[in-house]
Design a protein around this ligand. Sequence first.
Ligand SMILES: Cc1cc2nc3c(=O)[nH]c(=O)nc-3n(C[C@H](O)[C@H](O)[C@H](O)COP(=O)(O)OP(=O)(O)OC[C@H]3O[C@@H](n4cnc5c(N)ncnc54)[C@H](O)[C@@H]3O)c2cc1C
Length: 412
Amino acid sequence: MAKENVDVLIIGAGPAGTMTAAKLIQAGLTVKIVERSHFPRYVIGESLLPQSMQHLEDAGFMDALVARNYQKKIGANFKQDDFQEFFDFSKNYTDGWTWTWQVPRDDFDNVLAEEVQKMGAPIEFGTSVVDANMDLEEPIIKVVNEAGDVQEIQAKFVVDSSGYGRVLANLLDLNEPSSAPTRATLFAQFKPADGIETGAENNKVTILVHEEDVWVWLIPFSDGRVSVGFVGNPEYLESAQGDAKARFLTYLARDQHASAMLDGMALCMEPKEIKGYSKGIKQLFGKNFVLTGNASEFIDPVFSAGVMFAIESGARAADLIVTQLNGEEADWQQDYEAHMLKGIAVMRTYIEGWYDGRLRRLFFSDNKPEKIKSQITSVLAGYVWDETNPFVNRSEKTLNLLSELHNNPEMA
Ligand SMILES: Cc1cc2nc3c(=O)[nH]c(=O)nc-3n(C[C@H](O)[C@H](O)[C@H](O)COP(=O)(O)OP(=O)(O)OC[C@H]3O[C@@H](n4cnc5c(N)ncnc54)[C@H](O)[C@@H]3O)c2cc1C
């Protein structure tokens, strides 16, 4: 059996994997990525957050991404019945990038993959990791390509960026039930109908409250397509008659705002569904491996934070791998796991507040002080590690307090 040696083996070429690879190459390490599918490949998660932009620039991806002319995302729009609130990233409380993109992920991930290959990280497409011996000082990973050829790759360090594949979590029994209840999603894409030249009139990302515990995303792309998904209570999403397409169209017809935004457009991707997308994890690293992006923990897409966490974790992990492979002390517990869990905890507070209504009441309340709005915007832009923001360092307390004040204005 063929055997290859490399400094770092990365499983999966999504944004977590390519971010890690770019930074490791910059540090002079040898890297190989194995990727199960062939790119460009479809994956969900098209609305990015500004917090990722600095990492994308530092890793050397920016010129190639700018050339793709993606739809610029300057904020996020939330709607419920007649209420609407736009959170404008240019009014961020935190210093940093104030815009990002809405991207078809097949294209975005493909750009990152092409760029890391040019930088010197080969990607073996159509190749799956099927086993791993992590007990060795230098782990051996078994991979199989589509022809059935088996190969072993020995690495000093392994990065699991396999997303929903959850390779090491499955092989090392690291999965844990998620703290979030089981939710489901039903999603598709639309394009302008024949004869109509542009897509949705409004090119902003919009989140609509559809039912008490179901919401809809609309993410317009620069080519006129719009990604649309219903998310939430699985009982509701299974309650209409028929297959995924029939149910999707039923819910769409019930949603006056979504129907209006898609007026003149036609389905261009068959509706798909996923049930139980939230994942928990027991630990984020071991002595010779780390889990990044969705291969670790994923809660909920309502605030579009998945790619942000994937990129942040990839960048952080790369820095610590470089330290460790240079023979220095890498504090994975503090500088990786605690850091990632801190950001995830802030997002979790927001997500829970969204579903239980506290955050929605705040979003749609009139006369929010500008400072509070800019602090909320900062979290929505992905700045979940800015300890000077009360919505970060005391997120639960701040949310409860403001929600109380909103319910009992005489307390103010
Ligand atoms: C309904 C829904 C909507 C979402 N919307 C958003 C959004 O708007 N914005 C956002 O930021 N995030 C969103 N997300 C989250 C987003 O999808 C993920 O967080 C993001 O794709 C994670 O990136 P990643 O690099 O960790 O993994 P991925 O992008 O999933 O990449 C992992 C790669 O690993 C490969 N792989 C898997 N198994 C193996 C194996 N055995 N061997 C080799 N390769 C393997 C896969 O083929 C894949 O290419 C959403 C998620 C859901 C469920």
